[in-house]
Design a binder for this molecule. Structure first.
Ligand code: NAP
Length: 389
């Protein structure tokens, strides 16, 4: 088997989507008080803001726009005009769409004022440094979208926002996994770049774990909605002690808007579910999205899974090597500052509906659903092999 290739593909996918992983196996308004109902946080607010999103048209951005508009805020986006949203397109005629390039053309942002800047597209420290320096006199607040990738390598447990993170590459890192370190180091230094320009009382840093939900174009989570919708005998990879973490992208987006309304500066992990969850209960909970009959085959031997080229199916990442603690990030501070979580079955069902909507072409669906190397295609023979042991 070409393990290094499958790992590399996974890592590249993960990095594109924003969470750093090990290469040895495979990314404020009226903040409702904890316990306050979600409805209370989604109506119009009297504290209307002008919000600039650096980005806004891929995954997180359209959900931020939907949440902000529902709260009565005004939105501008800044992009190259290349990426088209696959959700909430109907809202974009209410959005001021500024065109430029973070690499070399910020003209559209000059001499303009906003209350809040949300930096989603920051994947280069210089980009964040330049936009924060340009906007700091004319904007009150800078929200940088970072990642739990700053904690890589994940060798600890219960990662907190105050934990030290790597700011430069340690000596002796294997060339193969260097770029995974680079992602976390880039995010950590970008956080500092935003803080240096806006100061700690005007900077919000949000570090999401894997974001899942409608408009996720990475295809790394879609296995579950597709597979669970069919029912029957379903494979669950991993041991009872294999934890998972993920966040519905809409819960992150809504929370970011509320953090900005409240001017709640600080660094926050954005990590769910609320309570610890292992891969077994994740699948059982997610399966409630569909009214079909299912049974589960738990394959809890890491050795067998590796032999059969199953080292990750997001949100499950085999917790070995540098990934031991990848699903062990604390959400205590986030919950105390208003992070809320919708039911997993809602996330799975809505992702399934988006996947089967006009937003995705039949060709894109076929690439995943008809791929002979996918787990969807290989699952039944792996189950048979496992049962025969
Ligand atoms: N997905 C995850 O699981 C995950 C987890 C943790 C952290 N994150 C982080 O979350 C953030 C949000 O990503 P997203 O893609 O969902 O955000 P988004 O705001 O929905 O989309 C990204 C935007 O960046 C724009 N862009 C790309 N290159 C640009 C450039 N050179 N100049 C100007 N604009 C540019 C794209 O538009 P154009 O192409 O038209 O320019 C697009 O609108 C990222 O920083 C990522 O690292 C993601």
């Amino acid at each position: 088997m070409d393990k290094s290739k499958s790992r590399r593909e996974f890592i590249e996918l993960s990095l594109k989507a924003g969470v750093a992983l090990s290469a040895v196996s495979p990314a404020l308004l009226s903040c409702s008080a904890p316990g306050e109902s979600k409805e209370a946080a989604t109506g119009e607010t009297s504290n209307k803001l002008n919000i600039l999103i650096l980005g806004g048209t891929s995954f997180l951005g359209p959900h931020q726009i939907a949440s902000a508009i529902s709260r009565g805020h005004a939105i501008s986006t800044f992009t190259r005009g290349k990426t088209m949203a696959t959700i909430h397109n109907e809202l974009f005629d209410q959005v001021e769409q500024l065109i430029g390039d973070r690499e070399n053309d910020l003209t559209a942002l000059e001499n303009r004022k906003w209350d809040v800047v949300m930096d989603n597209s920051g994947r280069n420290v210089e980009w964040t440094k330049r936009s924060a320096a340009l906007l700091k006199e004319n904007c009150d607040l800078y929200l940088y979208t970072s990642s739990t990738g700053v904690y890589y390598p994940y060798l600890e447990d219960n990662y907190k926002e105050s934990d030290e993170v790597l700011l430069s590459l340690p000596e002796g890192v294997d060339e193969d996994i260097k770029f995974i370190y680079d992602y976390g180091i880039m995010k950590a230094n970008s956080e500092l770049a935003a803080l240096a320009e806006f100061g700690s009382d005007r900077t919000i840093v949000v570090r999401p774990t894997y974001m899942i939900g409608p408009a996720d174009k990475t295809n790394r989570f879609i296995h579950w909605p597709i597979r669970l919708s069919k029912g029957g005998e379903i494979m669950i990879p991993g041991k009872e002690t294999d934890m998972v973490q993920y966040m519905d992208v809409r819960d992150v987006a809504e929370w970011m808007i509320r953090l900005a309304e409240d001017k709640r500066s600080g660094i926050f992990n954005a990590v769910g579910p609320k309570e610890e969850q292992n891969i077994h209960s994740f699948v059982e909970e997610a399966s409630k999205a569909f009214d079909v009959k299912s049974s589960f085959v738990k394959i809890d031997s890491h050795e067998f899974l590796v032999e059969n080229r199953i080292e990750y199916i997001v949100p499950w990442i085999m917790p070995t090597g540098n990934n031991q603690g990848s699903a062990r990030v604390s959400n205590e501070k986030a919950i105390n500052n208003g992070l809320q979580f919708r039911p997993l079955s809602e996330t799975v069902k809505d992702t399934y509906d988006w996947w089967n909507s006009d937003a995705i072409s039949q060709e894109q669906r076929d690439e995943v659903e008809q791929n002979p190397n996918s787990l969807l295609a290989r699952e039944q023979s792996i189950i048979e092999k496992w049962k025969a042991l």
